[in-house]
Each structure stands twice: as structure tokens, then as C-alpha cells.
Design a protein around this ligand. Structure first.
Ligand SMILES: Cc1cc2nc3c(=O)[nH]c(=O)nc-3n(C[C@H](O)[C@H](O)[C@H](O)COP(=O)(O)OP(=O)(O)OC[C@H]3O[C@@H](n4cnc5c(N)ncnc54)[C@H](O)[C@@H]3O)c2cc1C
Length: 412
């Protein structure tokens, strides 16, 4: 379609890129390039693992979200020529040109060069990762017979989650509930064994004391084996070696899941832009990249000096930045002044198993089923597009959000 609107090219369709595209659709000729065909609402990925939500709820195809106003190109961006304002995409011969560019390619799992981690630990960032973990849990359960002694069943169903931040806690509690439910349904003796390993001296570092005590109590209730001040030295195909107080221990596992860090996307490493010591692109408060007024960066790859550390690397920051980026791109095209905006912390909400959550409301921690419902309601309102929100909200309201048990493979 030929238009006389200015061309905005957006690289990455996550919380930063997708929401910028939707915001700008009516004002510019918008093209979004992504290496996947779907968005992923990651805060509900744990619920996808447990079958409380389905893939179409949290990972809708871009083509379903976009009307004719947004062009979608599937492919990985390989290079950007900032001087000539062109972008090379893996799936296309010709480069794309732009009047304004938005860089929003997000992060990738950081295995911190721990031996074996990249080869053997499972990342947990997308639908395919959750599918793989669910398969590994089911396959492991299928190998355990109801006649097995409790200690042997526990050994055969040992999983490790590396990283005791919000993500590790949410994942460990969800896995524990799913596995415990499967023990009961399959008549297995004993209980599963989920270990949570954290290098610092507390879980959910950075969060408030009230929410931490609630989380600690929940982990205890669910018999999750928490190891603090414990460093993972090596990941093997079926185990980990870790160190605590100078003593090394080997734990045999079915699988090890890695939630202990994010680093910038490799594409960003190749871009010749000003960056900080962690490789984040330095942007000013208008989200413009230093030296290129028509290039904006946001989300997990961008560093805005003034942002509170607790907000860094979160969907809520990327989301707020997308509104500012869209507003400033409109102003840039109209020759108006670009704005800045303070980014706010919008609160904390943690999933804590299949029937529990913790939500911080006006400084108070609310837990239990009410918090779980509140979290679902909050996240429904944050899904992209009204149309999608209505479809998903109706599905959750009428069909419910009951977890899908880990049935034996081949069982339908
Ligand atoms: C399991 C999990 C749970 C989380 N829960 C929360 C939460 O509860 N609350 C919260 O605030 N934050 C949460 N986060 C963090 C949040 O998801 C990120 O901060 C947020 O997604 C960052 O948005 P972004 O737009 O920068 O990147 P992303 O959302 O990661 O999007 C980047 C997009 O770029 C695409 N891409 C990458 N490379 C290329 C390329 N070369 N070419 C084209 N496209 C490319 C990717 O496929 C992706 O679609 C969670 C993260 C994880 C992993």
C-alpha cells in the first residue's frame, strides 16, 4: 500500500514494540518486524505451563492483533544502517527504509557462562520453553510407578530452578503444585522435589519485606527446597553442581530451569550505538538514541538513567515507554517538542502456584484466591487490543482458568 504517511519501522514485537505499533497505527505507515509470529504476555507464562490459560490467550498471532493499518514482517533483523536509514531482515532480499526507527528487541537468557548451562539448562521465556518443560515433567512422571518407595519417587522427580527472583519463585511454586497434583492423581507415594537455588541471601531480592515474608511462607508450605547463598557452578544433562559456604554438592535432577538473568539481545551488541557497561543502549529521557534523533530504543535493551532500578527490565516499564515513544515519534514528525515522562512503579503481583498469588495493593499484601483473581483481572486489562481483551476475558469468565493436569503422554 502506497501512502504519504511517514514510515516507522519497529524491530521487535514485545511489550515495547507491539504497544508502540498499536499506538502509532493511525498516524504513520507502521511496519513491525519480529522473528516470531506471535506476541508473548510473559507475566502469564507460568499459567500457560500449568494449563490455566491457553496459548491464544497470552500469545496471539500479530496478524490477529493488527488491522490493515500495520504491516507485519516475519524475520530476524540482521543489521541496521543508521546513516542511510535502512534495515536488513533475514527473510527479505531488499532492505527496509524508515523515517523513524524503534529498537525493541528485548533480552535473552543470561547463563553467565556457567559450565554446561547453555547446553543443559532450560530457559523459560516463551511458549516453546513452557511446552518443553511441561513435556519433561510429564515424561518424568510417566517413568514413576505407584509401587515405588516415596524416597525413590522423590529422587526421580527432582527439578531445580536456578534464580530466586520473582520469575524463579513463580515457576517453582507452579511446578510444585502441578507435580503434587499429579502424584495424587496417579496414586504415587511421597511428594515431588523442587529445589530453588539463589546466590544472594534472600529470595525475591528488591521486593518489600511484607511480600517477601508471604512468599517465604508459601515456599515452606509447598515444601520447596530453598537454597540461599548457593552458587551453581555447573549444569549437567541430569544434575547440577553447586556451592554453599565453600562446600560443593551435586544434585541429580530431571531438568534444571534457568531464570537467573537476562542480557541484551545479540543484535544490540552488533549495533554501533552508545551503550552502558551492561551493553544497554543509552537513550535520553525522550527515548531517543544518542546521536540519532529519529531512532528510539525502549524496553529491556534501553538504559534511561533516571529510571528506578526496580523498574528496569520489566514489562511495566516497556509498556509505559511505548506510550512515550509513540507520542514523541508523532511530535518528531510534526516538528514539535519531544516530551519526557516519569515512569511509575505500578505495583507487584506474583503467581504462587495454581491457586494462589500475592498482590501488593496500597502497601498491603493480599494473598490467596482473591489475589489470584485480582492478578487475572489486572492482566486482562493489560493485554493488547480491546478486541483481544474482550475475547480472553470472556473465555476466562465463562470457561474458567482451571489448571490442566499433567496427564500421562498419549492420554487424551
Ligand atoms: C517468564 C517471565 C515472566 C515475566 N513476568 C513479568 C511480570 O510479571 N511483570 C513485568 O513487569 N515483567 C515481567 N517480565 C519481564 C518482561 O517480560 C520484559 O521486561 C518485557 O518483555 C520487555 O519488553 P521488550 O519489548 O523490551 O522485549 P520483549 O517483550 O522481549 O520483546 C522483544 C521482541 O523482539 C523480538 N526479536 C528479538 N530479536 C529480534 C530480531 N533480531 N529481529 C526481530 N525481532 C526480534 C522477540 O522475538 C520479541 O518478540 C517477565 C519475563 C519473563 C521471561
Amino acid at each position: 500500500m502506497v501512502t504519504n504517511k511517514k514510515k516507522v519501522l519497529i524491530i521487535g514485537g514485545g511489550f515495547g514494540g507491539l504497544f508502540t505499533a498499536l499506538d502509532l497505527a493511525a498516524n504513520a505507515d507502521v511496519t513491525l518486524v519480529s522473528d516470531t509470529d506471535h506476541f508473548c504476555f510473559r507475566p502469564l507464562l507460568y499459567e500457560y505451563l500449568s494449563g490455566e490459560v491457553e496459548a491464544w490467550h497470552i500469545a496471539p498471532d500479530y496478524k490477529e492483533l493488527f488491522n490493515a493499518e500495520i504491516n507485519f514482517v516475519r524475520g530476524a533483523v540482521e543489521a541496521v544502517d543508521f546513516e542511510n536509514q535502512t534495515v536488513k531482515v533475514s527473510t527479505r532480499q531488499d532492505s527496509f527504509d524508515y523515517n523513524a526507527l524503534v529498537l525493541a528487541v528485548g533480552g535473552v537468557t543470561n547463563f553467565w557462562n556457567v559450565a554446561g548451562a547453555e547446553d543443559f539448562a532450560l530457559p523459560f521465556r516463551g511458549i516453546a520453553d513452557a511446552d518443553e518443560l511441561r513435556n519433561q515433567m510429564t515424561r518424568a512422571l510417566d517413568k514413576v510407578s505407584p509401587t515405588l518407595a516415596p524416597q525413590d519417587a522423590r529422587e526421580k522427580l527432582t527439578f531445580a530452578v536456578v534464580g530466586g527472583g520473582a520469575s524463579g519463585v513463580e515457576l517453582a511454586t507452579k511446578m510444585s503444585d502441578l507435580l503434587t497434583d499429579a502424584f495424587r492423581r496417579r496414586g504415587l507415594k511421597g511428594e515431588p522435589h523442587v529445589s530453588l537455588l539463589e546466590m544472594s541471601n534472600q529470595i525475591v531480592p528488591g521486593m518489600g519485606e511484607d511480600i517477601r515474608s508471604y512468599v517465604e511462607k508459601t515456599l515452606l508450605d509447598k515444601h520447596i527446597d530453598v537454597h540461599l547463598q548457593t552458587e551453581v557452578l555447573e549444569v549437567k544433562s541430569h544434575g547440577i553442581i553447586c556451592e554453599h559456604n565453600g562446600k560443593q554438592t551435586e544434585i541429580e535432577t530431571v531438568a534444571t530451569v534457568w531464570t537467573a538473568g537476562v542480557k541484551v539481545n545479540p543484535l544490540v551488541e552488533r549495533l554501533n550505538l552508545a551503550k552502558d557497561k551492561d551493553g544497554l543502549i543509552l537513550v535520553n529521557q525522550t527515548l531517543q538514541v544518542k546521536d540519532f534523533d529519529n531512532v528510539f530504543a525502549l524496553g529491556d535493551i534501553a538504559k534511561v538513567e533516571e529510571v528506578a532500578p526496580i523498574l528496569a527490565g520489566t514489562a511495566q516499564l516497556a509498556n509505559q515507554e511505548s506510550a512515550l515513544a509513540a507520542r514523541n515519534i508523532r511530535a518528531f514528525f510534526d516538528g514539535k517538542d519531544l516530551k519526557t515522562k516519569p515512569f511509575e512503579e505500578l505495583g507487584e503481583a506474583l503467581s504462587l502456584g495454581t491457586h494462589n498469588a500475592a498482590v501488593l495493593v496500597a502497601g498491603n499484601v493480599i494473598g490467596g484466591a482473591l489475589a489470584r483473581d485480582a492478578r487475572f483481572a489486572l492482566y486482562t486489562s493489560r493485554l493488547p487490543t480491546w478486541h483481544h481483551r474482550l475475547k480472553v476475558g470472556a473465555s476466562w469468565f465463562f470457561e474458567g482458568t482451571t489448571p490442566r493436569p499433567l496427564q500421562p503422554l498419549g492420554y487424551s
